[in-house]
Ligand binder design. Structure first.
Ligand code: UDP
Length: 246
C-alpha cells in the first residue's frame, strides 16, 4: 500500500488517500484540543495509544457482528480504514451524568442513569456542536429516520459491549462519543475512534475520588496532570483484557 495524498487534517488525526480508492489511512496525532479547540496542547504518545486502543476495540466489536471501518494497523499510530462518508452527527451514549449533561440539566456529577441515554449533536465546530432534537436532525436532513433508528440500536449494543469490556478492566464507562459513516456499498459503518479522547473512563478503584478516578481527556481538559500515564494505563488494561478474552 502506498500513501497518496493528505485529504484532511483534523484536531487529532490526519487522513490520507491510498492506492485503493476504497481505503484511507488515518494517522493519529499527539495533539490535543478541548473546548471546541480553544485549548491546545500535546499528550506524549497519545497517537500510538489511541490508535492501539481503537484498533483493539474495533476488532472486538467486529467479532460481535458490529461493522466498523477498521481494516488493519500498518504502524502503531496508523489505521487503514474503509472510506466512508461521515454522517455529521456526534452520537453520545451516557451511563452516568458528567460534562455537558450536568451543565445543561443540573443533574449532579456521577448520577447513575436508570437507562443509557443516546443523544445526537450536530458535528459542526462553527456552531459549537449543538445538541439536536430529532426534528432538527430531520429538518437539516442529517440522517434518515431509518438511519437514526439503526444508529440508536447500534450505539446501545456498542455501549453494552464496551461497558462490560471496561468493567473487566476495572474501569467504569461513564459516557462516550461515536461517529458513523456510509461506504460505497451504502453500508452503515462505525467510524472515527474509540479512545480516552472520546470516552469518559473512571478507575473503578477510586470511584469516589473525582480527580484520581479520571483516566481520560478530562485530565487534559481540567489540568489534572498525569495525562500520559492515564492514557497508558487504559491501553495496558485494554491489551490485558483482549489477551484474556482470546
Ligand atoms: N465527546 C467527544 N467529542 C466531542 C464532544 C464530546 O469525543 O466533540 C465525548 C466526550 O469525551 C465525552 C462524551 O462525548 O466522553 C460526552 O461529552 P459531553 O457532551 O459531556 O461534552 P464535554 O463535557 O466533553 O464538552
Amino acid at each position: 500500500m502506498s500513501i497518496c495524498s493528505k485529504i484532511y487534517e483534523g484536531k487529532a488525526k490526519i487522513l490520507y488517500t491510498t492506492d485503493d480508492p476504497e481505503v484511507l489511512l488515518t494517522e493519529f496525532k499527539d495533539d490535543a484540543t478541548a473546548f471546541n479547540a480553544q485549548k491546545h496542547g500535546s499528550i506524549l504518545g497519545k497517537g500510538v495509544i489511541n490508535c492501539s486502543i481503537s484498533s483493539k476495540l474495533f476488532q472486538e466489536l467486529e467479532k460481535r457482528g458490529i461493522k466498523t471501518h477498521y481494516l488493519d494497523s500498518p504502524a502503531a499510530n496508523q489505521m487503514r480504514v474503509i472510506r466512508v462518508k461521515i454522517i455529521p452527527l456526534e452520537v453520545v451514549v451516557r451511563n452516568i451524568a458528567a460534562g455537558s449533561l450536568c451543565q445543561q440539566t443540573g443533574l449532579p456529577l456521577g448520577t447513575v442513569l436508570k437507562k443509557p441515554l443516546v443523544e445526537f449533536y450536530y458535528k459542526d465546530d462553527s456552531l459549537g456542536d449543538p445538541l439536536l432534537t430529532r426534528d432538527r436532525l430531520y429538518l437539516l436532513e442529517l440522517a434518515s429516520p431509518e438511519q437514526v433508528d439503526t444508529i440508536t440500536h447500534l450505539a446501545l449494543q456498542i455501549n453494552e459491549f464496551l461497558g462490560d469490556f471496561f468493567q473487566g478492566c476495572g474501569i467504569t464507562l461513564v459516557d462516550f462519543k461515536l461517529e458513523f459513516g456510509v461506504d460505497s456499498q451504502q453500508q452503515l459503518l462505525l467510524a472515527d475512534e474509540i479512545s480516552p479522547d472520546t470516552c469518559r473512563l473512571w478507575d473503578t478503584s477510586f470511584k469516589e475520588d473525582p480527580d484520581r478516578r479520571v483516566l481520560d481527556k478530562d485530565r487534559f481538559r481540567r489540568d489534572l496532570g498525569n495525562v500520559e500515564n492515564a492514557y497508558q494505563e487504559v491501553l495496558q488494561r485494554v491489551l490485558k483484557a483482549v489477551k484474556i478474552n482470546t
